[in-house]
Write a protein of this length. Structure first.
Length: 218
């Protein structure tokens, strides 16, 4: 398998795709495409690895199969290795996990816009309007529901690390990067995500990248 990702510093969707690949346990190679450089329009129109997705990352190639969109990649990999590796076995837990992943995947536009993913930030706060605060409150509500009902087996949303944590990892890292004040249970969860060995590796690799996207540097 080969996974094509964008700059680790900025690409939250790439992080999700990469975490899904790690969670699968399958071997894969990883190629990084610098996003939004001066020749980006030309790059995304000509680079064959990302052509199927119209220049969006991540993209997973597996033989003749190509899958893009982080949730599509997660779902494809779950079919390859067994869904229990990604989703809780308990039906009620799995139902909640699928719902929160879908909500994260398709929503929270104000949060994404106001707090763009940038692993180079160090807790400098920014002004947040009512829509962003509402998004954060909703995230915390989802985290609280998962942890209270199904999180007894470990520090992650459903105990063990899985699909829900893959979906919410970039949000947890955003909240840390922007110094958002979190209640105790949420701070503990965000710390557990941040200290996961795969996140530690992703951060280390991001720190080695030289590309910067100025519009996200504030």
């Amino acid at each position: 398998m080969k996974l094509v990702i964008g700059n680790r510093r900025y690409s939250s969707w790439s992080l999700r795709g990469w975490l899904a690949c790690r969670q699968s346990g399958l071997p894969f190679d990883c190629a990084v495409v610098p996003l939004f450089g001066p020749d980006w329009h030309q790059v995304r129109a000509t680079l064959p690895l990302i052509a199927p997705s119209a220049g969006k990352v991540p993209v997973l190639w597996h033989g003749d199969t190509v899958v893009w969109d982080s949730l599509g990649i997660l779902d494809y990999l779950a079919d390859q290795v067994g869904r229990d590796r990604f989703w809780p076995r308990d039906a009620a837990a799995a139902g909640l996990a699928r719902s929160v992943v879908a909500e994260m995947h398709g929503g929270f536009a104000p949060l994404r816009s106001a707090l763009p993913f940038n692993l180079g930030r160090h807790q400098a706060p920014v002004a947040m309007d009512a829509a962003v605060i509402a998004d954060i409150d909703r995230v915390l509500t989802l985290w609280a529901a998962a942890r209270a009902r199904f999180g007894q087996g470990g520090p992650f949303l459903f105990g063990a690390f899985g699909a829900a944590d893959i979906a919410f990892a970039p949000v947890a890292l955003r909240l840390i990067s922007y110094g958002v004040d979190l209640p105790g249970f949420a701070a503990a969860y965000a710390d557990a995500v941040n200290e996961h060995p795969w996140i530690v590796q992703w951060r280390a690799d991001a720190a080695q990248e030289v590309w910067r996207i100025e519009r996200y540097e504030f």
